[in-house]
Design a protein around this ligand. Structure first.
Ligand code: XUL
Length: 517
């Protein structure tokens, strides 16, 4: 059996697979808010941060790992696990002093992880991906490199607030002594693997590319980016590692405590988006994944590592080799829920029958679908911008508002993914709103590409389990064939008669966004 773990914002989950049979043997999870209330983090982070600060308590993640493996050992024979791979929320970082490696190497199974590792924290809390406090640091890094375009050319992304490099720079500037005491910096994902291995495990090219520090051309930390970020940084970072490899063997702590075999292998971790790419069966170019959540994300394996000239999209390493694109849209369900509440509507109004009250393109009623600041495009919207007939502009006619919002969201996604330059053969849609037939058909029509929905809820944990299987000799295409199946009857074909309507809508949308109409 192979084990995949996903350390996400709100929970830590485990998925155990039997690769030859193509079966999921066990699935357990720990919810940080419900299961570890002592950390006062109902949504997985410490509430009340100011100036854009969003941090989490790393001890919560340590306790969660003990709790999760205890639960898993109660339902599965962990001595049968050949290898473990982890996935983690991207960009979050942990800071440890010089005692960390030694502590990792002599973990006592009679005690909890947190009591043994927390004393090595040189920064009590960990900034996570929701943190937006580093605007100044992003500007400083870009300026040191001669402009945002150079940061993007080297690292695959312009300097971004939530990315780890700007976060490290802010720590160095605000707490220079604690930074100087820091001997090891980990990402959430590489930290999870390091606990399991009892030694520091490297950072893979998938998650490493979310730091503004990894040079995508050399796949090593970039000296100019390191220098622009903070002094002495190379020594503090674990080396970048090839994702499909064996990084270590399980620490005796876990073998003794939870019954793992002492030969169980640890595979390098990756970020949750690269891991989902594998879990959604999209490791090779040609399949796009669109995940509809609080924020919407768009990602796909890439033929070539091209970067977004506008600087909104990102390029990460693909754990299966090569690269992947990732584009985040902050106003996902956030905006869908805001409009639903504004209209006093329910989700049925967003489904097939509700959408059938208006027609595709809705005679030119258009909306920039942003209820708050957006990152793609990066702009401080304060509410949706409407263009169309007078009643529509006043916010009347609920069916027209709903269609315009949804069309706006996916036209915006189509527009801002054009830099990738590849036409996909298939879209795999996941996340809460993907169950909605009306939304799924709209995606197929706007992209003029077939859409499939997925049965597996946790694509990131499945991706981790598949990566563990891949790194221990199972062929990825066969694993995808067995595990990455669409839900029965979930495929929707695009309506070709709408291609021209949405070409025109895309032109109109671009003009509205650029203030040209
Ligand atoms: C990606 C990002 C988020 C986190 C969520 O850039 O910030 O998708 O990975 O877990």
């Amino acid at each position: 059996m192979l084990l995949g773990l996903d350390l996400s914002t709100q929970s830590l989950s485990a998925l155990l697979i039997e690769p030859a049979a193509g079966t999921i043997q066990a699935e357990v999870s720990v919810n940080f808010g419900a299961d570890l209330p002592a950390y006062g983090s109902p949504s997985g982070f410490l509430p009340g941060g100011t100036g854009g600060v969003v941090h989490a308590d790393p001890r919560m993640w340590m306790d969660a790992l003990d709790l999760l493996l205890g639960r898993l050992a109660a339902v599965a024979d962990l001595s049968q696990v050949k290898a473990i791979a982890c996935s983690g929320q991207q960009h979050g970082s942990l800071y440890f002093d010089a005692t960390f490696e030694e502590r990792l190497g002599r973990l006592d199974p009679a005690q909890a992880l947190s009591g043994q590792l927390a004393p090595a924290l040189s920064r009590a809390t960990a900034p996570i991906w929701m943190d937006t406090s580093t605007g100044v640091e992003c500007q400083e890094i870009a300026a040191a490199l001669g402009g945002p375009a150079e940061v993007c050319r080297l690292s695959g992304s312009v300097a971004v607030e939530r990315f780890t490099g700007p976060q490290i720079r802010r720590f160095f500037k605000t707490e220079p002594e604690a930074y100087a005491k820091t001997a090891r910096i980990h990402l959430v994902s590489s930290f999870a693997a390091s606990m399991l291995a009892g030694e520091s495990i490297g950072i893979d090219y998938g998650d490493g590319a979310g730091m503004n520090l990894l040079n995508l051309h050399t796949l090593d930390w970039d000296d100019a980016l390191l220098q622009a970020t903070a002094p002495g940084l190379r020594e503090k970072l674990p080396a970048p590692v090839e994702p499909a490899s064996i990084a270590g063997t399980i620490s005796p702590y876990f073998a003794t405590k939870y019954g793992f075999s002492s030969s169980c292998r640890i595979v390098p971790s990756t970020g949750d988006n690269p891991s989902s790419l594998i879990g959604m069966g999209a490791a090779s170019p040609g399949t796009i994944v669109i995940s509809l959540g609080t924020s919407d994300t768009f990602f796909a394996a890439m033929e070539k590592a091209v970067t977004d000239p506008q600087g909104f999209g990102h390029v990460f390493g693909n754990p299966a080799g090569g690269f992947m694109s990732l584009i985040c849209f902050r106003n996902g369900s956030l905006a869908r829920e805001a409009l639903r509440d504004e209209l006093g509507a329910d989700w049925a109004a967003f489904d097939r029958a509700g959408l059938a009250l208006t027609s595709a393109g809705d005679d030119g009623n258009r909306m920039l679908p942003f209820y708050g600041p957006e990152i793609t495009p990066r702009r401080d919207f304060t509410g949706p911008v409407r263009q169309g007939d007078a009643a529509f502009q006043r916010g009347e006619n609920p069916p027209a508002q709903i269609r315009a919002l949804l069309e706006g969201q996916f036209l915006n996604m189509r527009l801002h993914s054009q830099w990738i330059g590849e036409k996909a053969a298939l879209i795999r849609l996941t996340g809460g709103a993907s169950k909605n037939e009306g939304i799924a058909q709209l995606v197929a029509d706007i992209f003029q590409t077939p859409v499939e929905r997925f049965a597996v809820a946790n694509g990131a944990a499945l991706g981790a389990a598949l990566r563990a299987a891949h790194a221990t000799g199972h062929a990825l295409p066969e694993l995808e064939e067995r595990f990455c199946k669409p839900a029965a009857g979930s495929r929707l074909e695009p309506d070709p008669s709408l291609a021209a309507v949405y070409e025109q809508a895309l032109t109109d949308y671009r003009k509205l966004l650029n203030g040209e109409s």
